[in-house]
Design a protein around this ligand. Structure first.
Ligand code: GLN
Length: 494
């Protein structure tokens, strides 16, 4: 029999429905798997007792015929979502010990649909990074290794605890957030599926803010269908977030497997960047061929302002973060380092509480917002953001969806790119334009590279057209037949 931890969410829901196993059994197996995989350092806090309580309650509900979308399914929660009574740190030392008295809307929606929470998974500090090495609680290690080398590799970032947990089969799905790529890039480098919905599709209420005009929550899971189920549970209008959009949430699962005959797929020429690994090009071509075979029409398009996207993002995101992170002053949350007066207390607290990358971003953000530089940097970046968004609007007059690679390469070794922030920022080259334009984007595994590491394809949709991503995603998923999974031998041996 298949191990319960190997099941997809859809298969587990089916098994639960048929009474083949209970949520308590499913949850117990996952708790065991979490314990066996501590070498990955994926969790900041494990909540096994809470999970068992929720699982037992879920089994009771099921008996009485009340079955939510995620009824009895063990999920890992990115530690950026505030969870009532469970420590929430954003992987920062400054929030150590902060236990929210409220639940984020997204996690509440999932609880209302029967989710079982296994614990809080790690991330880059305040979601700033692409490798999970800026976490204040130690880096997360990917369960994946390259052929013939035992070097530790990155699980991607910032949702690296989420991607490691899901690909290692210690959680059936996980929540993520994506400000510049933090759902799609970790999904891509660990061989799983992730979708960042349209800005406004999910509520940001109760999610620790990084860059408010870019942040969106979304799921990471092991199939397109599982992501559809999870997003269905997470999404929806919320009165408490004025940027969440009051639109009905469609039935995402309903479009899976539908024909894409005649669908127009855009291939942006600007995404063939210098220094892109040859395998990435090969994978992209393969993706194009798969879609052609399924009857889609391939259209070459141009997104002319793409080359400014990274620079624009790395002005706007730090600007917003410098403002959002001003609240961590040692007075209201988490850690405090006492100084001789209030100002010194602020300084000491923030110097001790924030890691290097977070401090770098606050400094950059404050600089681009300062008098004299505001027009030259911040305002200009806002204008370019509008042009980037316009590129997509123009493209969508010709095509229905856009296909690109998710990342410029596969998972690198922990420590690489660490001393060079600019190289690290390049990880986001294909993902940030999507956030700047507020569009939905999905990453799904396409193949392994010659090192045996996963590579992902990205689909970009029109605003609030996640359905097309699910539809095309399910076609690609079928064509790719990606079944590779990490060899957990080294993890469980520890
Ligand atoms: N890697 C990007 C950054 O460091 C994106 C992070 C994210 O999406 N949260 O800002």
């Amino acid at each position: 029999m298949t191990k319960l931890t190997d099941l997809t969410i859809a298969a587990a829901l089916n098994g639960l429905n048929k009474g083949e196993f209970t949520s308590a059994e499913l949850t117990r197996d996952h708790i065991g798997a979490v314990e066996n995989a501590r070498a990955l350092n994926a969790f900041i806090v494990e909540t096994p007792e809470l999970a068992m309580e929720q699982a037992t309650a879920s089994d009771e509900r099921r008996k009485s015929g009340r079955v939510g979308l995620l009824e009895g399914i063990p999920i890992a929660m990115k530690d950026l979502f505030c969870t009532k009574g469970v420590q929430t740190t954003a992987a920062s030392k400054i929030l150590k010990g902060f236990t929210p008295t409220y639940e984020s809307t997204v996690s509440q929606n999932m609880l209302d649909q029967g989710m079982v929470m296994l614990g809080k998974v790690s991330l880059d500090e305040f979601a700033m990074g692409s490798a999970n090495i800026t976490s204040g609680y130690g880096n997360v290690i990917s369960p994946w290794r390259a052929n013939g080398d035992d070097k530790q590799r990155i699980p991607g970032g910032s949702s690296g605890g989420s991607s490691a947990a899901v690909s290692a089969r210690i959680a059936m799905g996980a929540t993520g957030t994506d400000t510049g790529g933090s759902i799609r890039q970790p999904a891509s480098v660990t061989g799983i599926v992730g979708i960042k919905p349209t800005y406004g599709r999910c509520s940001r209420w109760g999610v620790v803010a990084f860059a408010s005009s870019l942040d969106q929550a979304g799921p990471l899971a092991r199939s397109v269908e599982d992501c559809a189920i999870m997003l269905q549970a997470m999404a929806g209008w919320d009165q408490k977030d004025s940027t969440s959009v009051n639109m009905p949430v469609p039935d995402f699962k309903a479009v899976l497997g539908q024909s894409i005959k005649g669908l127009k797929v855009g291939i942006p020429k600007e995404y063939r960047v210098d220094g892109m690994a040859p395998e990435i090009d090969k994978m992209w071509q393969q993706g194009i061929d798969w879609l052609k075979d399924a009857g889609a029409e391939i259209v070459d398009i141009s997104l002319p302002h793409t080359k400014y996207a990274l620079a624009t993002y790395y002005i706007l995101a730090p600007a917003e973060c410098s403002s959002n992170l001003a609240r961590y002053d040692g007075m209201r949350y988490g850690n405090r380092v006492e100084g001789k007066d209030l100002n010194e207390t602020y300084e000491l607290t923030r110097a001790a509480g924030f890691g290097d990358e977070v401090q770098r971003r606050i400094l950059m953000g404050t600089y681009v917002l300062s008098a004299g530089y505001y027009d030259a940097y911040y305002l200009k970046a806002q204008k370019i953001r509008a042009l980037i968004a316009r590129d997509f609007t123009e493209a969508y007059k010709q095509v229905d969806v856009i296909l690109t690679p998710t990342t410029p390469g596969s998972a690198f070794v922990i420590g690489e790119k660490q001393d060079d922030p600019l190289k690290m920022y390049l990880e986001d080259v294909f993902t940030v334009p999507v956030n700047l334009a507020g569009l939905p984007g999905m990453s799904l595994p396409a193949m392994l590279d010659d090192k045996g590491l996963p590579l992902g394809l990205q689909l970009i949709g029109r605003p609030f057209d996640e359905e097309t991503l699910f539809k095309v995603g399910s076609v690609l998923e079928k064509a790719a037949g990606f079944t590779a999974k990490p060899d957990m031998g080294w993890v469980n041996a520890k």
